[in-house]
Design a protein around this ligand. Structure first.
Ligand SMILES: Cc1cc2nc3c(=O)[nH]c(=O)nc-3n(C[C@H](O)[C@H](O)[C@H](O)COP(=O)(O)OP(=O)(O)OC[C@H]3O[C@@H](n4cnc5c(N)ncnc54)[C@H](O)[C@@H]3O)c2cc1C
Ligand code: FES
Ligand code: FES
Length: 1268
């Protein structure tokens, strides 16, 4: 071992190149090393906590024992640099490049339109690449499993899946090409026209996958690992020391001398603790080179698995064992495999160790309840020797003292799995997360073991319930008694951490109930009982099927109107695309970290930065702040948790963040903070002016109606969760207070103006630039500008470049998202379903812009009201919707005349395409046959207005240069944020200039090329900027006309050169003066939109009423977007927006503490849709033969309108819940708030089990989370 304080040399490979690092810091993760040290910026940072997959890399290791090379994907953000000794890392740059050869994975994801903003794309590529390295012809299940840990906020996943699907073996049949009928089913599609339908991509042009072309594992590492005499390794960092012993003996000694030092295996528990909780461990022990920890031994009692084995190794081992032993001996293995399939992502399972998992003793562990119920044992070792202990409730309770202080696992923790059972003994298990049940015995129960996760600080045993079951017959009476005992035994206080108390308690019963159904089914299968089993529990369907995309396409010659790949997709897939934080650092650059308020409403009594300024690398602070409209840094009072107070500047981001953490803030709490909508209403805390629109005489109308229904609907807010967090870099130019600002903003001019005003300089000194942004969805307008102001002040103060990139948690805490809504309504309707009067009241202002700008909230309330009317009348909701839908020449409630013809067409077409009537009957049939599984269906329309009612925003400019070689540079005022705006502008310029798109380049958006830009928002980017680009190109084309006439057969290049020689200007500014729109709130009328985009969506879901889990079985969307400029982009926007809406209405839930602190600050707590949430059939049809005189080339804006269609999943769920309720004898309207989370769904189903849970008395306790 090296001498104290002296570090060893770390040696590993990246993309085939050797890396040696003398001073490897144990706190450095591979991600920052790649990005900051090696400038390999293709690997992205989206969350820093293993939850988003943006940082995925492939790690390869040579295994001397088997002489094999193992490849696995891992999250670079949690991979300590020091753990990489002897490993070969492949990043997206090592997979392929546009300069040499792109890899088929990169090509297929790009060409299948699977890359929009592109921020997630390198991670997707790496997950898929690793899968292909291990399995060149994967199945669809492999693909979905390997992509499950990679989040994408833009695409809706369908195109990514379609690109990856082309590697599947079964792909080469007609089913996988989206042709509908399948040869595998024996169907043939005789309709030739069907085959001529335009497709989004042509897989015939894809490069074949050739595994022989892959980068080889470095022979030097093989030699190193075979010849090296094992020696311990030490790496010394600024605050931590890393020791990696080479033998069990050394490990024991080290642990005995340093009982508090953690053992780091996968670092998926320790890593987030260090990062997010600021834990510092002076010593870290890394036992990954102790061979005993990886041993696997089979014995007659079971299999001993080394604690160091990763969870995916465990999974593969168990899968192999399944094949070797009869089913009755492998019940536990099956249960574990099932749990492992749901545990984290592939990347997490690849590194997380079994020992680390057990010893972490998470309350929500997916494995521990099953291990405990399976009577697994653990072999532990310490200086005192080796012992075997049962892995039971006591083990988890005493674990912290036990493991941290005295004991070290031999092979660490080795659970044994009982594979054998005595004659007549049955081992059965529940298939439910967080629960493990084992039952021995048949009609009279001899032994049962029940463990739950999520019901206490660690895995808990329901021992009293077991006692109530043992020695009794397994029948209804025993079960009923067991429920009662269970309810008494496992009690959660109403304010238990994690909340959802009633739901969690009801799940304990549901799981036992489900287990009973399984037992009965098993007993029946074995002919032990003959009675019919009430219902066979099947897992929810999960196989994603090929989908359909229908659109009309223009001729091959026309660059407009046909699918065209995002112009940066290949750069994005190879990691070459440059985002703000990928810009190389400049000399002397500083990093800015923010100090934010930990109080919701308080006076600041002191702010002490002295300690922070003493820390290594800390250079300065920014506190005093001239404001731009609002107070940029709170001076004397704070009004929310997360409000910015001060900024610390340091030489590195780690130093800046440590500096910020060391700033001491004193507070004096102020009375009566307001958190909930109810409190705001009670205290009349409203933004003025309050606005309302009333049409007709509502009071009188209520007198004429047959029925009146009053309801209330609550809808939670939503976090943008753009994959690229807020990022900016401000570079002082050095003279005359001029600044270059690189900023991920969707509204550059606003940022420019804000900075200029804050610094007190004219706008002409502030050049704002943006090349692309990694998603925005409305969240990169206002807060971005404020952050840019603070960063600019820092740059101005220090006269050095300053970079600010928020961490995911900070971003979620600071920036605010979609606003929540509480609505109360009263609706009057006739017996036939016509709605005659409605009175609606909503509260709370918008937090900030978010795709749809408040429209989805308003529409949601209305559609929910319509649903209530349908339920009150006992009629299908689609009939009520259709009956009350606009028809013929119509006017809106704000007196805007329009034609709803295309809305009606979408409605009809959607009903036909999705075979609504037939499937509705099938759903009813399904529901009759199933008590605990229900299906639901809904069809919902949307009408969405486009363009800005603030009329001055409806303008755009473009600057087009033609260079002497004929190449064209287009600049316009819109931001490329994944929506494909630059690609569409390229198509426009290509059509207008009559040249191929390849001659046209768009470098960036900047305020010094196009001034006074409007925000890229409201789905208006193409409409406005497209017209400006068109204008500029038309002027240029006309200028060239005399030259063309002179030489009609000349080439584009020859005309351009001739024009130059003839002194004709080849640079033009185009301008678009958009429509004059307005809204007069006094008169309650206006023309706030230029036109409407229409869409209709039908969703079918399947629900597990016992757990509230659901799956969208099928989605069909028909959208009227006029004549699409680029169907691949527009379909991508439709799918992405739908999925974001599905997240809003069914998944994404923001949770705040009673003190106003946002709990949900990362993907582990805030769930956005992942691959596993994609509808199994996801079909999109663009309405044919539609025109729109109000936008470029008769197209329509689409990014925002269809987000609301995600609500269809909500209403389908509500439909399924309604079916479940009717089985419980409950009919008529009921309340289901948004998002429809499993908790809400399960409780709304009101099964006899949930009804057993006593409701906590409101006001008698402080809930863990607020109902905002
Ligand atoms: C993004 C993400 C998603 C996740 N999702 C899930 C999920 O869905 N379900 C679920 O159940 N879990 C989930 N987890 C938790 C994950 O399973 C655990 O973090 C992981 O199993 C811990 O293993 P590790 O090797 O990474 O532990 P490390 O972080 O390396 O160590 C954890 C602890 O275990 C101790 N330890 C490690 N090895 C030994 C040993 N041999 N002997 C004694 N002590 C030891 C260490 O001292 C340390 O205290 C998730 C984690 C992350 C980061
Ligand atoms: S950045 Fe690593 S998983 Fe999100
Ligand atoms: S393309 Fe996936 S996050 Fe933007």
């Amino acid at each position: 071992m090296s001498a104290e304080n002296e570090g060893d040399m770390l040696c590993f490979f990246i993309n085939g190149k050797k890396v040696t690092e003398k001073n490897a810091d144990p706190e450095t993760m591979l991600l920052s090393f790649l990005r900051e040290k090696l400038r390999l910026t293709g690997t992205k940072s989206g969350c820093g906590g293993g939850g988003c997959g943006a940082c995925t890399v492939m790690v390869s290791r040579y295994q001397p024992a088997t002489k094999t090379i193992m490849h696995f994907s891992a999250n670079a953000c949690l991979l300590p640099l020091c753990s990489l000794q002897g490993a070969a890392v492949t990043t997206v740059e090592g997979v392929g490049s546009t300069k040499s050869r792109i890899h088929p994975v990169q090509e297929r994801i790009a060409k299948a339109h699977g890359s929009q903003c592109g921020f997630c794309t390198p991670g997707m590529v790496m997950s898929m690449y690793t899968l292909l390295r291990n399995k060149p012809q994967p199945s669809m299940e492999d693909i979905t499993q390997h992509l499950a840990g990679n989040l994408c906020r833009c695409t809706g996943y369908r195109p990514i899946i379609d690109g990856c699907r082309t590697f599947c073996q079964e792909e080469n049949c007609c089913q996988a090409t989206g042709a509908g009928d399948c040869c595998l089913n024996g169907d043939t599609n005789d309709d030739e026209a069907e085959h001529e339908k335009p497709r989004l991509f042509n897989k015939e042009e894809f490069l074949p996958l050739d595994p022989s072309q892959e980068i080889i594992f470095p022979p030097e590492l093989i030699l190193m690992s075979e010849s090296a005499s094992p020696q311990s390794l030490t790496f010394q960092g600024e605050r931590m020391r890393w020791v990696s012993p080479s033998s069990l003996q050394e490990l024991l000694q080290l642990k005995t001398r340093n009982p508090a030092a953690p053992l780091v295996m996968g670092n998926t528990n320790i890593g987030p603790d260090i990062k997010f909780k600021g834990t510092v461990h002076p010593l870290i022990i890394s036992p990954t080179r102790v061979m005993e920890l990886f041993e696997v031994t089979q014995t007659p009692q079971g299999v001993w698995v080394g604690a160091g084995c990763s969870l995916s190794e465990l999974q593969s081992l168990l899968e192999k064992l399944l094949l070797q032993s009869p089913q009755e001996k492998t019940e536990l293995f099956r249960a574990l495999i099932q749990q492992l399939g749901n545990l984290g992502s592939q990347q997490i399972r690849n590194v997380a160790s079994l020992g680390g998992h057990i010893m972490s003793a998470f309350p929500n562990s997916d494995l521990n309840p099953v291990l405990a119920a399976g009577s697994c044992r653990v072999s532990v070792i310490s200086n005192g020797g080796r012992r075997e202990v049962p892995l039971d409730q006591n083990f988890f309770v005493r674990d912290s003292a036990f493991c941290l202080y005295s004991l070290l696992q031999e092979g660490g923790v080795c659970p044994s799995f009982p594979t054998g059972s005595e004659e007549g003994e049955q081992l059965l298990h529940g298939d439910h997360r967080d629960e493990g049940v084992l039952l021995r015995g048949v009609s009279v129960v001899q032994d049962v073991s029940i463990y739950y996760g999520g019901m206490g600080p660690t895995t808990v045993s329901a021992s009293k319930t077991c006692q109530a079951i043992i020695s009794r017959r397994w029948d209804e009476e025993t079960l009923s008694r067991a429920y009662d005992v269970l309810l008494e035994e496992l009690v959660l206080p109403p304010s238990a951490p994690g909340g959802k108390v009633e739901f969690r308690r009801s799940l304990t019963l549901s799981f036992l109930f489900k287990f009973n159904l399984e037992v009965l089914q098993r007993l029946r299968d074995m002919n032990v009982i003959t009675d019919e089993v009430p219902e066979k529990m099947q897992p929810l369907p999960k196989e994603i099927q090929p989908s359909l995309q229908e659109f009309q396409s223009q001729s091959e010659q026309d660059p407009v109107g046909r699918p065209m790949m995002h112009r940066s997709a290949l750069s994005q897939a190879t990691g070459e695309a440059v985002y703000c934080d990928d810009i190389p650092t400049t000399d002397g650059e500083l990093f800015l970290a923010l100090v934010t308020s930990s109080r919701a409403k308080a006076r600041i009594t002191g702010l002490d930065v002295s300690e922070a300024l003493q820390l290594p690398g800390v250079v300065d602070k920014v506190r005093e702040m001239c404001g731009y409209e609002e107070e940029l840094l709170a001076e004397s009072e704070v009004s929310c948790v997360g409000q910015m107070l001060c900024a610390v500047l340091a030489d590195t981001r780690a130093h800046a963040r440590r500096g910020a953490a060391a700033v001491k803030v004193g507070y004096e709490d102020l009375p009566e903070p307001i958190f909930t909508t109810e409190e705001a209403i009670e205290k009349s805390s409203f933004y003025e002016p309050l606005r309302s629109i009333e049409r007709g005489n509502v009071t009188e109308a209520f007198k004429t109606v047959d029925q009146i229904h009053e309801g209330e609907f609550r809808m939670g807010g939503q976090e943008h969760f753009y994959m690229e967090t807020q990022s900016m870099l401000v570079v002082p130019v050095g003279e005359e207070t001029e600044f270059n600002v690189y900023v991920s903003s969707q509204y550059l001019s606003f940022t420019q103006d804000a900075i200029a005003e804050t610094l007190g300089i004219p706008s002409n000194r502030v050049m704002c630039h943006v090349k692309r942004i990694g998603g925005a969805f409305g969240g990169k307008v206002f807060k971005t500008a404020i952050l840019a102001c603070i960063t600019s002040v820092a740059a101005w103060k220090t006269n050095r470049a300053v970079r600010c990139v928020l961490e995911r948690g900070e971003d979620m805490l600071i920036t605010g998202g979609r606003h929540p809504v509480l609505a109360k309504y009263k609706v009057g309707f006739m017996h036939d379903g016509r709605i005659v009067a409605a009175d609606i009241q909503t509260n709370l202002p918008s937090n900030t812009a978010f795709r749809g700008f408040g429209v989805p909230q308003g529409l949601m309330v209305l559609e929910n009201m319509i649903n209530d009317v349908a339920m009150a009348l006992g009629r299908p909701a689609d009939q009520i919707r259709e009956m009350n839908m606009y028809e013929g020449p119509s006017i809106t409630h704000y007196k805007f005349a329009f034609s709803p013809e295309n809305l009606r067409r979408c409605w009809q077409e959607c009903k036909e395409k999705c075979e609504f009537s037939a499937r509705r009957s099938a759903v009813q049939e399904f529901n009759l046959q199933h008590r605990w599984r229900k299906r639901g269906m809904a069809i919902v329309p949307v009408k969405f207005g486009l363009a800005f009612s603030e009329s001055f925003l409806n303008q755009a400019a473009a600057l087009v240069h033609i260079y002497k070689d004929g190449s064209v540079l287009v600049s316009h005022g819109g931001t490329e944020m994944g929506q494909g705006l630059h690609t569409k502008m390229q198509q426009v310029a290509s059509r207008e200039l009559h040249i191929p798109a390849s001659k046209i380049y768009i470098s960036e958006t900047s305020t010094n090329t196009v001034p006074n830009t409007s925000p890229s928002g409201g789905s208006y980017g193409t409409d406005a900027n497209g017209m400006a680009v068109k204008d500029a190109c038309q002027i240029l084309y006309q200028r060239l006309e005399p030259i063309r006439k002179k030489n009609p057969k000349g080439s584009w290049e020859s005309w351009v050169m001739a024009a130059f020689l003839d002194k004709i200007s080849l640079s033009v500014t185009g301008f678009y003066r958009g429509p004059d729109l307005y809204m007069d709130w006094e008169k309650m009328e206006g023309q706030p939109y230029a036109y409407f985009t229409f869409g209709v969506c039908c969703c079918e879901v399947e629900l597990d009423c016992l757990t509230g889990d659901y799956r969208t079985v099928r989605t069909d969307i028909v959208a009227d977007i006029g004549k699409s400029v680029n169907p691949s982009m527009d379909i991508g926007q439709i799918e992405g927006a739908f999925m974001q809406g599905l997240g809003l209405f069914t998944l994404e839930e923001l949770k705040f503490s009673p003190a106003g602190l946002l709990y949900t600050r990362g993907p582990s707590q805030y769930k956005i849709p992942a691959v596993c949430d994609v509808p199994l059939h996801f079909n999109v049809y663009l309405l044919s033969d539609s025109d729109n005189p109000h936008a470029i080339y008769s197209s329509k804006g689409i990014g925002e309108p269809v987000l609301f269609l995600g609500s269809t999943a909500f209403f389908a769920i509500k439909d399924a819940v309604s079916a479940a309720r009717s089985d419980s004898g409950l009919f008529g309207p009921f309340s289901l708030n948004s998002p429809a989370t499993p908790e809400r769904i399960c409780l709304a189903c009101a099964s006899p089990l949930t009804q057993k849970i006593p409701a906590s008395k409101p006001g008698s306790f402080t809930p863990w989370a607020l109902n905002i």
